[in-house]
Design a protein. Structure first.
Length: 402
């Protein structure tokens, strides 16, 4: 009986050892697979990072007022790469500060290093800077790539740029076709059809509205790629699209950076449009910046971000019934520098408002605070509305006096 028991244990021990070896082999194979995938992921992400000396040097700039990012997209027309929109972002995660400035692609600039490049020529230069030739972001990019573009934008804005992210839009069809098409309004579009919508939208658009639509679409594409792809296909896809992305950020930094962009994807976030005016040169519209207002914006980056008054859109509504009072207040605010169009002056929904109100229609209260400083005794209220035509609403109540 004792011998039988020992034999039974001996057989059981062999079975356990065989089972352990099998488990070990499975774990070892899984380890190799994970290691293999990890190396592929790492190599794919590293292919996205620009490691040239100038790109590495960006992050060494002082970051006293948060970290500054330059994001821009490249459209290709007739085999020519064009920059149609840029975003300058100032982000300080420690204070939850997020400032976004939209820069039109047709911006006119002087070249700060004194070198000449192919430029836009005009017959009459603004007396303010006595320019005889102009340079757009596209001119800079075509002449010196991302390095010259980042350098010139940093010089123009008067602040360092610590990181940049370039997206070439012609890479979008590759991503979509790799995932088998994308669903849009009940249809499945291939890459080229979606790119056509991405570039042109569904009608005429203001440059800022177009840029924000494209930004939102890019967010959707990132989520689409993540949902449709698997762990094995992602490295292959990254290698495919890496020629269409350029950034100084490492893959780990990109992972941390993407969540910081959430405010840019939120329709309630106020994006400042670079102050300036459109100017026609040889029949083409170009954007001439207001250097003084740009300086004011850049000097107030961070938590105390101050908008130039001519960027603050206001509507004035008569809520007390006094004839002509809305037009008088609108004129006063217009004289103070705020942007008020005639269609934004009129009657409120009723005439029995007891107290004057200054209402912020965006999450950022800084614009409404500036208006409230000009309207004595007004109540400051936050009631953001998506796609509302103005940033601030003033309702004149019974207690208002000039």
């Amino acid at each position: 009986m004792k011998l039988f028991t020992l034999r039974g244990r001996h057989k059981s021990g062999k079975a356990i050892r065989r089972k352990n070896r099998a488990v070990f082999l499975i774990i070892f194979v899984l380890f190799l697979a994970v290691l293999f995938v990890g190396v592929r992921f790492l190599g794919s992400f590293q292919a996205l990072q620009n490691k040239e000396p100038w790109a590495k040097a960006l992050r060494t700039n002082p970051q006293d007022e948060g970290t500054n990012y330059l994001l821009y997209g490249l459209a290709e027309i007739d085999d020519e790469k064009l920059i149609e929109e840029l975003f300058f972002l100032n982000i300080d995660p420690s204070s939850d500060s997020f400032n976004a400035i939209f820069i039109p692609g047709n911006l006119l600039l002087r070249r700060s290093d004194g070198k000449e490049t192919e430029a836009v020529s005009g017959n009459e230069a603004p007396e303010e800077n006595n320019l005889t030739s102009y340079y757009t972001p596209t001119n800079f990019y075509q002449d010196g790539g991302a390095e010259l573009l980042v350098n010139q934008l940093s010089s123009f804005l008067g602040v360092p740029i610590h990181h940049f992210l370039e997206i070439e839009y012609k890479g979008i069809p590759i991503l979509i076709d790799d995932r088998g098409g994308i669903s849009y309004k009940g249809y499945v579009l291939n890459g080229e059809d979606y790119l056509d919508y991405f570039l042109h939208g569904e009608g005429e658009e203001e440059p800022l509205k177009r840029a924000l639509r494209r930004t939102k679409s890019l967010q959707g594409l990132v989520e689409f790629a993540a949902e449709k792809g698997g762990i094995w296909s992602t490295p292959r896809l990254l290698r495919k699209i890496s020629p269409y992305l350029d950034t100084d950020l490492s893959w780990k930094e990109l992972q941390n950076f993407y969540p910081l962009l959430e405010p840019l994807f939120d329709p309630g976030t106020f994006v400042v449009q670079l102050p300036g005016v459109l100017r026609e040169i040889n029949g083409e519209p170009f954007f001439e910046p207001d250097y003084g207002q740009v300086a004011v914006i850049m000097e107030n980056l961070g938590e105390d971000f101050i908008l130039p008054r001519d960027s603050i859109t206001v509507e004035v509504l008569n809520g007390c019934g006094t004839k002509g009072i809305a037009a008088r207040l609108a004129d006063m605010l217009r004289d103070k520098g705020f942007r008020i169009e005639m269609e934004n002056v009129g009657n409120a929904d009723r005439f029995d408002y007891q107290h004057t109100q200054v209402i912020s229609r965006i999450d950022d209260m800084s614009a409404a605070k500036q208006v409230a400083e000009m309207v004595r005794g007004a109540e400051l209220i936050k009631e953001p509305l998506v796609d509302y035509p103005v940033m601030v609403t003033v309702i004149i109540g019974q207690d208002f006096s000039f």
